[in-house]
Structures are given as C-alpha cells and as structure tokens.
Write a protein that binds this ligand. Sequence first.
Ligand code: CP
Length: 307
Amino acid sequence: QRHLLAIEGLEPPYIADMLDLAESYALLNRSGKTQRDLLKGRTLINLFFEDSTRTRTSFELAGKRLGADVINMSVSTSSVNKGETLLDTASTLNAMHCDLLVVRHAQSGAPALLSQKVDAAVINAGDGTHEHPTQALLDALTIRRRKGRIEGLIVAICGDVLHSRVARSNIHLLLTMGARVRIVGPPTLIPAEAERFGVDVFTDMRAGLDGADVVMMLRLQKERMTGGLIPSSREFFRFYGLDAEKLAVAKSDAIVMHPGPMNRGVEIDSAIADDPVRSVIGEQVEMGVACRMAVLDLLSRNLRRNT
Ligand code: CP
C-alpha cells in the first residue's frame, strides 16, 4: 500500500497487521515511551478543507511522536481562498517535497485524485460521504480491546448512515473482519445501496439494537442535507436517539461508540455518552493517535523503499 485511501479492498491480514501495530503504539503511548525518530527528516502536511478536531490533532500528534516535521495548512488562510484549485494546491505542496499528505475534503474521491498527482503518500482523512479509513481502524481497535475480537460480534451502526463516511468505512472493515453489521435509522437516512453492502437494515431502533454487542452512534450531518429533508432534532432523538431505555435491549455488556463530534440530546443522551462503563468514546479518541501512528509507520516503510 503506497496510500491509504479507503478500507474497501483491504485484505483481512493487512487490517489485522495494522491493528496489531496500532495496539503496540497504544501501549507505548500509555507508557510514555513512544519512539521518536522513525519519521525524522520526513514532512507531513495536514491539508484539511473541512473542519476537524480529533483527526487533525491526532495526525499532528502521531507525526510528531514519530519525529516528523508536521505542518498544519490552514485552508481558510491559504491561497485556496483566492481561487487556487485543489490540484494546483497539491502541486505546490509536492514541489516542497512533502512525504505524507493527510487530506480531508468535502468531495468524495478528492484524496484519490490527489494521490495520482503527488509523490507523497496520501492518507484519506475523510472525503465527502465516501470513506474515513483511519476512523474505522480506531473503531476496530477499540472494539478489539474491549471485546477481545471482531469476528462474530453484532455491531449496530445507527442514525444518519446515508451521509456518513464513518459508517461506510466501518461497514467495509467490520464485514471484512467477520462481524455481523446492522444499520439502523429512518428510511430517509439509509443509503439505497445498503442491502448490497451485505448488512441487515432496520428502521426500528429497538429491533436493530436487540442483542447487539456494539452500538455505534453517528452524527446527524445536517450540513450535508438539502431541501426539506432535515429531521427535527427533537423528533430524531425520540425515535433514533440512544437513551437508557433503547440501550436496554442490547446485550447487557454492549459498548457504546460515537466518532464525534457528538450532538448531545440529538443522537445520544448525555448520560449514555458519559457512562463510564458502557461508553468507550474517550478510548476511541485515544486509539486514534495509536492508529494514525501505525498508518504513518506502515506507509513510511514504502517511502523508504521508493526513495
Ligand atoms: N471523528 C472525526 O473525524 O472527528 P473530527 O471531525 O473532529 O476530525
């Protein structure tokens, strides 16, 4: 793998190796003994055309912990505002001999397009409604740590699946690794191609959560909704928001996940989000740094061979 553009198409051994490496970084991070010179002399540029808290910060931390020079390009103060195209921006960064380019963009396929134009290894940090591969890796690592396995688990992915790149990457990864995946949401927020993914589709939240090992909530992405199809927050919470009563039908040891940012009281009740036993949302963020270190480590091995 020269780039990480999507989970779709990755083989189980590659994903398992990535998770094993990420686990080793998770342990190092907890012990404070992170290796610091693996990416010495390498340059990582964070190129985010959409807002981010977790992904951008954790790529910055991951790069710095491995010794890379990290540059966060602020798109809002860059020449993109003067009309520079995506490809011209990429060519400019390429001319500076950037080694690793982390890209988030509102258009599905933008990181793949860039990967054909630049010498750097390109990492998709979320493109439109397509994929968010490092989110799926950190989610899988969190599940594996809590449940000891992925294979055979029932994972319910709930809410605005239609607009969610997190859901797509998770569906591909979890099915590839042998989980049983359910998607749960209102008919208007279920993608038309859902059955083709090989998941079970539920429009009733309690039926979808019944017996689940993992309940993964998604953010209601109002910014990607058009026309009059935006559900009211209150109504959405009533039918699809995760509260104690709905969670009660999942397994008694089911874990609750959310990729963030969370809309409390819209897709998840605050008491559930903050439940120290059921909620693993903080651990997801922690595993984000470890997974991104693993991704940078693996991709940089190919950089070393190529240069
Ligand atoms: N989960 C996620 O991608 O969060 P950010 O938008 O804050 O990066």
